[in-house]
Design a protein around this ligand. Structure first.
Ligand SMILES: Cc1cc2nc3c(=O)[nH]c(=O)nc-3n(C[C@H](O)[C@H](O)[C@H](O)COP(=O)(O)O)c2cc1C
Length: 314
């Protein structure tokens, strides 16, 4: 059984993933948030920083690429291969309107012939593992049969399925029956992704899909960074280790992004999930959100961790 930390643009940066990996073992693979090459350049500065091997020591990282142009995918994958990566992941899931309107991300699912040609070309030109992270359609899960027929034509190293459609964004419930169909009909290995936020969520899915070898978790890990450890039967999250992870990320962002406001923005984002693990968290969450400078931010965090405890029933 393998566990993956889902890519989340703007959140699961190398600074975040290094801190997570240091304090919470158990993630078999991390994925970079999407890298978006264009005609002029392969990586933006921020993207290059994120994939540099020296910034990812000791973590198994799979870089993810978002493009609909085979030549851009190939060029980026080859550059990553030179850095030592043996796998790249194609994003066919991003639901953002600006991405979808260009036929990329889940928008690719609206252009199946193009997707088919894209795969023919990248599998012909690349000699490395290519995995895919996909939704099950643009508008309706009934689209998935046709989509899977295309995926089944290629030696995709792993098909990571978030069983929602583009128009759902992140609302509603994952289409479990469509995921079942994928498990049954996919000729490639399948990984499940979506809405696992507790040990119980995981166990229900595990029971339903005993043959699935990998599960990817995103928001559940932002909320409870120890979730995979708990799934494996280990101890629940402690306040001390959450604080250690926080401190590492905080120091790292202070050294990496310029300006107090940007550091504050990142750290408010960090707390937006795990703050809910604490008893009586509402007033502390508000204080953190309202902090105008790092000093008041630190005071708000100090008050939360010194005055409240992590709830027992996680
Ligand atoms: C803020 C945010 C950013 C995301 N960025 C990416 C991304 O860069 N690439 C990607 O494939 N999925 C991205 N996703 C989707 C997640 O990887 C994942 O598929 C989704 O959150 C469902 O899994 P979860 O319910 O375990 O969070 C993002 C999701 C969120 C909420």
């Amino acid at each position: 059984m393998k566990f993956y930390f889902a890519p989340m643009e703007g959140i699961t940066t190398f600074l975040y993933r290094n801190a997570h990996a240091k304090y919470f073992a158990g993630v078999d693979q991390y994925f970079t948030p999407f890298l978006m090459p264009n005609q002029k350049r392969i990586f933006r500065t921020r993207e290059l920083q994120d994939v540099l091997p020296e910034h990812n020591q000791g973590v198994h990282l799979v870089p993810q690429i978002l493009t609909k142009k085979p030549e851009e995918f190939i060029k980026t994958a080859k550059e990553l291969q030179k850095m030592g990566y043996d796998e790249v992941n194609l994003n066919v899931g991003c639901p953002s309107k600006t991405v979808v309107s260009k036929g990329k991300g889940s928008g690719f699912l609206n252009h199946l012939e193009e997707l088919d040609e894209f795969f023919t070309e990248i599998f012909d030109k690349l000699d490395m593992k290519i995995s895919v992270k996909t939704r099950v359609g643009m508008y309706s899960e009934s689209e998935f049969g046709e989509i899977l027929e295309i995926y089944n034509k290629y030696p995709i190293s792993e098909l990571i399925i978030h069983p929602r459609v583009q128009k759902d964004f992140y609302s509603g419930k994952p289409y479990i029956n469509t995921f079942s169909k994928a498990v049954k009909d996919s000729s490639n290995e399948v990984c499940y992704n979506g809405d696992i936020t507790s040990v119980d969520d995981f166990q229900k899915l595990r029971k339903k899909f005993p043959q699935v070898h990998a599960f990817m978790i995103g928001r559940g890990l932002l909320y409870n960074p120890a979730l995979i450890r708990q799934i494996k039967g280990g101890p629940a999250l402690s306040k001390e280790e959450l604080l250690k992870m926080h401190n590492q990320i905080y120091e790292a962002y202070k050294g990496y992004v310029s300006g107090e406001k940007n550091v504050l923005f990142k750290m408010k984002d960090f707390w937006s999930n795990p703050v809910k693990l604490f008893t009586n968290y509402e007033k502390y969450a508000k204080k953190i959100k309202k902090a105008q400078n790092l000093k008041s931010y630190e005071q708000a965090v100090d008050a939360l961790v010194s005055e409240q405890e992590i709830r027992e029933a996680l």
